[in-house]
Design a binder for this molecule. Structure first.
Ligand SMILES: *Cc1c(COP(=O)(O)O)cnc(C)c1O
Length: 374
C-alpha cells in the first residue's frame, strides 16, 4: 500500500531475509518459504524474488489470487496456495497458472477435475489434512476415502500431503506435537500404500528448529524467515539463534516541548508529569497501524536510545519522553521497530508491549510505505 500522507516508512533488508533463508536451509533440507499475506507484510514480489535468487524453488502464498501474483513474479518456482480455491475464478486460475492448491474438501477435487478436463491441463494438488488444528483440511480418517476419489479422477494428481502443527513453538506442549506427528505419519502410510506418490509436509518454523523428526520432504518456514523468534519468551528461545531482523519502521520527530510537573500528555490525561520533562512528538499513530494498545507501554528508538511512550497513542501522533536524548532535534528519525545499535527494537519485544506476536506486528506495520535495502 502506498500511503503518501504520513512520515512513516517501513524498510525491508533483503540481505537479512536471504541470511535467514540460508540459515534455515542449513537445518532443514527443503524449505518452501511461506510468503502469504504479502510475505508477512514485507512485500510479496521483492521477497519472492530474493528467496528465488537464494535458491528457493517452491513457495507458498495464501489465496489463489496471491499465488497467481507469486507465479508471475517467479514463474520457474512451484507455487502453493495455502487457502486453496473457493470461487470459479480460483479453479480456473489454478489450471491456467499451474498452481498447487491446498485441497481439503472433496468438492474441490471434483471441480478441479472438471476444470482440468475443460482446459486439458493436468492439475496438481496438495492434500491438506487436519491433524489437530480443527481448521482446514480432510479429517485423518478420510485418507482412504480421498484416495478412492483420486482413483476416479483423470486430470487431478496429488503431489503433496500436508498438515499444520498447533504447538510446535511451545516447549510445554511437545506431547501434542508428537500426537499430530503420529497422525500425519499414519495418513502418509495410507496414501503411499494406495500408490499415491505424495511428498509429505508438516513443519512450520517452530518444528524446523525444535522437531527435526517431523521435517518430512518439504518444510514450510514463515516467521523465522522474517526474523521472528518462534520461541520468544520460552526456554527454547535460543533454538533459532542467528536469525536477523528484516523489517524496520520509523517516523519523524515533529516537535519537542518542555512540560511542568502536573501537566498532562495526550487524550484522557492518562499521563501526568511528576517533574519537568522534555516530550517529543512523533508522527506515527494507530492510523499507521501503530496500535493504540501501545499507549503508555511502548518504547521507540531515538539516536540509539530507548524513549518510552507517554500517554495515549493518537491517530497520527505519539508522545515520547526524550529526557535521555538531550541532543534530539526536530526532524530526527524515530524507530518504532528495528533501528541502529544494541538497543534496536525487535519485533518480538514490540509484540510483547502490544499484547500480540511478531506475525501480527509485521502484517500490520508492513502496510505502510515500504523501501527495500539490498
Ligand atoms: C503460515 C503457515 C506456515 C508458516 O508458519 P510459521 O509459524 O510462520 O513458520 C506454514 N504452513 C501453513 C499452512 C501456514 O498457514
Amino acid at each position: 500500500m502506498d500511503i503518501w500522507n504520513t512520515y512513516v516508512l517501513a524498510r525491508v533488508n533483503i540481505r537479512a531475509l536471504v541470511h535467514n533463508y540460508t540459515l534455515i536451509r542449513a537445518v532443514a533440507a527443503n524449505p518452501a518459504p511461506v510468503v502469504k499475506s504479502d510475505a508477512y507484510g514485507h512485500g510479496l514480489a521483492e521477497v519472492a524474488r530474493a528467496f528465488f535468487a537464494a535458491g528457493a524453488r517452491c513457495m507458498a502464498a495464501g489465496t489463489v489470487e496471491e499465488s497467481v501474483v507469486l507465479k508471475e513474479v517467479t514463474p520457474a518456482a512451484e507455487v502453493i496456495s495455502l487457502l486453496g480455491p473457493l470461487d470459479q475464478a480460483d479453479y480456473t486460475a489454478v489450471c491456467t497458472h499451474g498452481l498447487i492448491p491446498f485441497v481439503g474438501r472433496v468438492e474441490q477435487l471434483v471441480r478441479l477435475e472438471e476444470e482440468g478436463r475443460r482446459t486439458g491441463a493436468p492439475v496438481r494438488v496438495a492434500l491438506k489434512f487436519d491433524t489437530g488444528m480443527s481448521r482446514l483440511g480432510f479429517a485423518a480418517e478420510e485418507a482412504n476415502g480421498v484416495a478412492d476419489v483420486l482413483d476416479g479422477l483423470e486430470h487431478v494428481r496429488a503431489v503433496m500431503a500436508c498438515s499444520h502443527l498447533a504447538t510446535a513453538d511451545d516447549p510445554e506442549q511437545a506431547e501434542y506435537v508428537s500426537e499430530q506427528g503420529q497422525r500425519f505419519a499414519g495418513i502418509l502410510r495410507v496414501l503411499h500404500s494406495r500408490g499415491l506418490d505424495v511428498r509429505g509436509s508438516l513443519a512450520n518454523s517452530g518444528a524446523i528448529f525444535a522437531h527435526p523428526g517431523l521435517h518430512h520432504d518439504l518444510q514450510r518456514p514463515g516467521i523465522a524467515l522474517y526474523g521472528g523468534n518462534p520461541f520468544f519468551g520460552t526456554v527454547w528461545a535460543d533454538k533459532s539463534a542467528g536469525l536477523r531482523s528484516t523489517m524496520s519502521v520509523s517516523s519523524r520527530l515533529l516537535q519537542i516541548r518542555t512540560i511542568r510537573a502536573g501537566e498532562s500528555v495526550s487524550y484522557g490525561r492518562t499521563f501526568v508529569a511528576d517533574r519537568p520533562m522534555r516530550v517529543g512528538i512523533v508522527a506515527i499513530g494507530y492510523a499507521d497501524n501503530y496500535s493504540r494498545t501501545l499507549s503508555g507501554k511502548g518504547q521507540m528508538l531515538l539516536r540509539g536510545q530507548r524513549v518510552p511512550v507517554l500517554g495515549r497513542v493518537c491517530m497520527q501522533l505519539t508522545a515520547v519522553d526524550v529526557g535521555c536524548v538531550p541532543e534530539a532535534e526536530i526532524g530526527d528519525e524515530v524507530y518504532v521497530l528495528g533501528g541502529e545499535g544494541p538497543r534496536a527494537i525487535s519485533a518480538d519485544e514490540l509484540a510483547s508491549w502490544w499484547g500480540t506476536i511478531s506475525y501480527e506486528v509485521f502484517c500490520l506495520l508492513g502496510q505502510n510505505s515500504m523501501d527495500y535495502v539490498k
